[in-house]
Design a protein around this ligand. Sequence first.
Ligand code: FAD
Length: 321
Amino acid sequence: MSGVLVVMEQRGGQWNRMSFEALAAGQQLAAKLGVECSAAVVAEGVSALASELSGKKLVKVYAVEHALLKTYTPDGYVAALEQVIKQAAPAYVLMPHTYQVRDFAPALATRFGSVLISDVIAVHDGPVFVRQLLQGKLNADYRHTGAGPCFVSVQAGTFRGDTVETGSAAVETFAPTLELPQIRTKPGELFRESAQTVDLSAAPVIVSVGRGIGEQENIAIVDELAKALGAELAASRPICDNGWLPMERQVGSSGQTVSPKLYLAVGISGAIQHLVGMKGSKTVIAINKDENAPIFEVADYGVVGDLFEVVPALTKAVQAA
Ligand code: FAD
């Protein structure tokens, strides 16, 4: 058993951006271990998508295809991935820490009597996998010593998808043996998404609003800026706790982890529980009237000023551009 296998995630024929972050982590781990890296993508009719990975530095890409994999079910994915992992026999299986992976990965690891090291933020020589504990106050090192492949999920924004190495990879169609009785969960029961559901982890631009906004009705001015920028609207916890925005828009240790190209924090102080959710952002802009607000310590650009003056002016400038 050697090598690294990265399980890539797609939905409706579109890659989840976090898959490439996991792929970068997988390639780096393989290079550290001096072993080969492969990738797998699961769905019905996924060969064309898998072929997009043929230009990456991978030994093989498995297009894991079956009619029963048309819609995601944890049972279907676990059964299919179990078979491909048995064939590929990797020592490490890396996945992006998405909702879908959180759903099926523990069961997959259990099939092999192995462990899942979840939400990893770094991989050091050894290999040692680093996870955050206690709301990001402590980093803990994990080393796999047991038998069987070690399953690892990678936190959004901790590896850069644009560092995936290029090369050439053979694409192999893998047809798992699946039968309907194996699929006990019905699609839709677990993953029925409300109209408001938003996956902030995939958003390239996020405008996030904090308690500095004062009142729920004032959120409209930040929403207008988000719309002008084509950004997703997000929030700090007090905004969601107040019910001013839905919980799924909360960024932070008890909300979503995001890694957009641009994160604009409006009236957010920068508490540690918020920072752990957005520190993977490529560029951070903060607007806060308190020049000593901790958010400025992680910001690339800062505006010290009243958001009620700065935000409308910024929106106007973006709209005029
Ligand atoms: P505040 O800290 O009140 O900051 C408001 C900011 O707005 C201030 O810096 C102020 O200077 C500025 N401001 C005010 N008026 C204006 C104005 N007119 N113009 C410009 N700036 C202005 N928090 C999260 O965000 N996400 C989480 O997931 C999360 N999880 C948590 C989990 C636990 C277990 C705990 C204990 C806490 C958690 N928190 C979380 C809460 C966290 O500790 C902070 O309380 C919260 O992040 C603060 O939100 P805020 O920055 O919007 O508000």
